[in-house]
Design a protein around this ligand. Structure first.
Ligand code: ARG
Length: 429
C-alpha cells in the first residue's frame, strides 16, 4: 500500500485510474492544476466549456473526493505557469520544429513539480499520471519528477495496463463513476492558456482536413469579423508588459497579470481565426504524429517578440540566438525542461532580453496576424544611416575598402586557379 498523488483532470481516464489505484489498496490524493484552460474557452462563444472556471474546478475536486480520494486539491497555477514557463519560452521564441509553440510541453514539467510538491506535503511516496506509453507527456512529467526528487516513485497505470475507451466506459459504469453524457468526443484534447491541442479521430490521417468542430478557440473563415483589429503590445525586458486593444472592447484591461492578458489576447486573436496550426511532428519516442493546435495568443506574442528582437539585438546576437532558440524548443519538447542547458539558455536569454523593451503593433484579420509597426528606445535602427532621402549620414566611400577586404579570401582562391591575377583587393588607389 502506498500513498499516491495522482494528476487528476476529472475526465474518464483519470477517474478510472483513481478508482483502480484505490482498489489496489492505495491512498490517493487527487491533484488538479488550473492552467487557464477554461479562461480561453469560456470567453469565446464557440467554447465547449460550460461557464465559470472556478465552479468547474470545484466540481472536479468534489468528484475526486466522491470517488474515494483521501484528499483532493485544486491549485491555481496560472501566474506561476506564465512567469516560470511561458515567459522564458517566449524569450526563446520557442516553437517546436519552427511551428508548434509548445503549449502542452510547457505545462508538463510544472505538473511534475506540483506532483512532487504535493507528495512532499502529504507524505506520499508515489506520484501517478494518466499518460499513455505512446506520447510525449509521460516523458516530460516523469523527467521533471526525477529531476526534482529521484526518490519518489512515478507510476503510469495506463502504460502498465492500456485501457481502451469501451473498457474505461464499462469500468466507469460498474464502479459508479459519473460520465458526462455528451456526444462522444471524437478528439483527444489538451489545453492551457498557451494553447489547445487536438489529436486523434479523423485527424490521424494527415490527408484529412481538420473539420471545423476540431476548433474551439479560433473562428472559422465564415465567422471572422470583416474589419481588422489592431493592438499594441508592450514588452519590458522580453516579457509582456501591457496590451493596448485600441478601440476594441477592453477585455480585462485593468488586470495586468500575465495570465489575464494572455487570456484576453486568446479571445481577441481567436475571434479573427489567428493561431490555427496543423502539422506532422516528431514525437520524443520516435514516431511521427499529426497534430492540430490553436494558439492565438502564443502566435501573436512570439511573432511580436521576435520582431522587437530584430530591432534591438545586434546581428551577432540574432544569429547566435536563432540556434539557441531552436535548441530551447527541442529541450522543452523532449522533456528536458529541468536540464542545466535549459537553465543556461535562460541566463543567455535574460541577458539579451535586457534590451527587448518596446512596442509592437499587430493587425489581426482573417486568420492572420501581421506586424504593422515596431519601436523601442533601444532600437539599433538608425534612419540617418539607412535613408535614401535627404540627410544621409552614411559615408559611402567606407564600403569600398570593406568590400576589398571582405573579398580578399575570394581573390586568394581565384589566384590559385590563375597565377597571373593580381590582388585587386589590395591594390591601392
Ligand atoms: N503533441 C503535443 C505535444 O506533444 C500535444 C500533446 C497533448 N495531448 C493531447 N491529448 N492533445 O506537446
Amino acid at each position: 500500500m502506498s500513498r499516491i498523488v495522482l494528476a487528476y483532470s476529472g475526465g474518464l481516464d483519470t477517474s478510472v485510474l483513481l478508482k483502480k489505484l484505490i482498489a489496489e489498496g492505495n491512498e490517493v490524493v487527487a491533484l488538479t492544476a488550473d492552467l487557464g484552460e477554461s479562461d480561453a474557452s469560456t470567453a469565446l462563444s464557440t467554447g465547449s466549456s460550460s461557464g465559470d472556471p472556478a465552479a468547474e474546478l470545484e466540481h472536479v475536486r468534489k468528484k475526486a473526493l466522491a470517488l474515494g480520494a483521501i484528499d483532493a486539491v485544486v491549485l491555481d497555477v496560472r501566474e506561476r505557469f506564465v512567469n516560470e514557463y511561458v515567459y522564458p519560452a517566449l524569450r526563446a521564441n520557442a516553437k517546436y520544429q519552427g511551428v508548434y509553440p509548445l503549449s502542452a510541453a510547457l505545462s508538463r514539467p510544472l505538473i511534475g513539480a506540483l506532483l512532487v510538491e504535493t507528495a512532499h506535503g502529504t507524505g506520499a511516496d508515489t506520484v501517478a499520471h494518466g499518460c499513455t506509453g505512446k506520447g510525449n507527456d509521460q516523458v516530460r512529467i516523469e523527467l521533471a519528477v526525477r529531476a526534482l526528487d529521484p526518490h519518489l516513485k512515478a507510476r503510469a497505470p495506463l502504460r502498465e495496463h492500456p485501457l481502451s475507451r469501451p473498457d474505461a466506459m464499462a469500468y466507469a459504469a460498474e464502479h459508479g463513476i459519473p460520465v458526462k453524457h455528451t456526444a462522444e468526443k471524437p478528439y483527444s484534447i489538451d489545453a492551457n492558456l498557451w494553447g489547445r491541442s487536438i489529436e486523434a479521430g479523423i485527424l490521424e490521417d494527415p490527408w484529412s482536413a481538420p473539420p471545423e468542430d476540431a476548433y474551439a478557440w479560433t473562428a472559422g473563415p465564415d465567422a471572422r469579423p470583416r474589419e481588422a483589429d489592431e493592438i499594441v503590445i508592450h514588452f519590458e525586458g522580453g516579457v509582456l508588459s501591457s496590451l493596448n486593444f485600441g478601440s476594441v472592447a477592453p477585455y480585462a484591461r485593468d488586470d495586468r497579470s500575465g495570465a489575464a492578458m494572455i487570456a484576453a489576447l486568446n479571445v481577441l486573436a481567436g475571434k479573427h481565426g489567428v493561431g490555427r496550426i496543423d502539422m506532422v511532428e516528431d514525437r520524443v519516442i520516435g514516431m511521427k504524429s499529426r497534430e492540430v493546435y490553436e494558439a492565438p495568443a502564443a502566435t501573436v506574442l512570439v511573432l511580436a517578440h521576435q520582431t522587437l528582437e530584430r530591432l534591438v539585438l545586434t546581428r551577432d546576437e540574432l544569429r547566435f540566438k536563432a540556434s539557441c532558440d531552436q535548441k530551447y524548443a527541442e529541450l522543452t519538447y523532449d522533456g528536458l525542461w529541468m536540464s542545466p542547458l535549459r537553465a543556461a539558455l535562460d541566463a543567455f536569454n535574460a541577458s539579451s532580453a535586457s534590451r527587448v523593451t518596446g512596442d509592437v503593433r499587430v493587425r489581426l484579420h482573417q486568420g492572420s496576424a501581421t506586424v504593422t509597426g515596431v519601436r523601442s528606445s533601444f532600437a539599433l535602427y538608425e534612419e540617418s544611416l539607412v535613408t535614401y532621402g535627404h540627410g544621409d549620414a552614411f559615408d559611402h566611400h567606407a564600403a569600398d575598402g570593406f568590400i576589398r577586404l571582405h573579398g580578399l579570401p575570394l581573390d586568394l582562391v581565384a589566384r590559385v586557379g590563375n597565377r597571373s591575377l593580381d590582388f585587386a583587393s589590395l591594390r591601392s588607389g
